[in-house]
Design a protein around this ligand. Sequence first.
Ligand code: NAD
Length: 420
Amino acid sequence: MLTTQLSKGNAYDVALENFDTAADVMELNQDTREMIKYPERVLTVSVPVRMDDGRIHRFEGFRVQHSTARGPAKGGIRYHPQVSLDEVKALATWMTWKCAVVNIPFGGGKGGVTCDPKHMTQGELERMTRRYTSAILPMIGPDQDIPAPDVYTNPQTMAWIMDTFSMNKGYSVPGVVTGKPISLGGSLGRNEATGRGVFYTVESACEHLKMHLKGATVVVQGFGNAGSVAAQLFYEAGAKIIAVNDSTGCVYNRNGLNIPELIHMKGLCGHVEGFPESEAIRAEELLALECDILIPAALENMIREDNANAVKARIVAEAANGPVTPAADRILQNKGIFLIPDILCNAGGVTVSYFEWVQDEQHLFWEAQDIYNRLERVMKTSFRDVLKIHLDRKVPMRIAANMLGIGRVAEAVQIRGIYP
Ligand code: NAD
């Protein structure tokens, strides 16, 4: 419990601090800062749900549109006991800069419901999702604001949202969400897009640092959608995944874990703990393991001032959003660790979400290889763009990525001007 509380911090303070740091280096004028720093729209909703035992439980939900300057707001929906308005505002802010970094025509948004999905039945989850969707209905739509999966939401959740929205419109609107099942207009490659994007940016980083992926040692914190797909791709590339964890425990094998079997086991039992030929270690030990690549793929504020010194990786690739606090950032930097910041590293998910939205809008679907090729091009071009700012301006990778994203949003806002 103590660890959970310690690890929370306030993600929105981190988002604002990161903005200010980049804006200062860019010498961004005060008027533009005022226009782009804060969310455009914030909605808090009450979500009453009839639970299976007959009583009514009221959940609290949020949807935040941080920016629509470059296009419709875009961002996932999170179901987690620690969801708060500040967390959603932070995640929406990061979505704005992320979409701009990979140069897709979206702004930033995010949503969430404070709940404990692990202790809810499918029926309760469906009723909560449909009521939450009804509550945020005026804000979402394919040209307005397009939700997607995030922590503890999945393609089934998106199907319920799409159906609820469509029933209200009177016709099917697949483009209202991305990350849908393929049978409802989802895109091939969306489910593994975030992990695949992480892999492409790490490939680029290895090329830049003249490191070999084959034989490299990798540690993954968080073995969900983003973490497990990334682990699988590193495994296929010949890297050794020496440790992974999830919310229930950590598994370690110095000679490398068999990732396809671990994914199979997690699918069957819902946890990684007890995996054959592995040793159980503590979460703090996992972060401190000697390795080439560390991939935080769980939640915010996992690497902080109090544990950053223990990190011994050469590359930290942020599959999660906001896993490293600003104080920890400075420590990692002083240790010479190469950081691939979240708004670049995990942008593969939103990039394929964009592909999905385009396919839905034009009613024409692409082949998987086509999607992988396009994704690789976007991720590697974006990596090069950020690296160039990092090297030319001599700023850390996170500031470089923020400068790229913030600069593009600032340009859009300046050209659009203020209405009325
Ligand atoms: P998920 O629900 O599929 O997986 C989350 C994983 O983290 C689970 O395995 C869970 O057990 C584990 N976890 C939770 N608390 C933990 C803890 N304290 N220590 C270790 N592991 C813990 O979620 P996901 O979609 O993979 O998202 C993970 C991160 O990636 C989040 O920060 C999310 O915002 C970010 N992200 C996801 C996507 C996407 O497309 N799924 C896109 C961009 C960013």
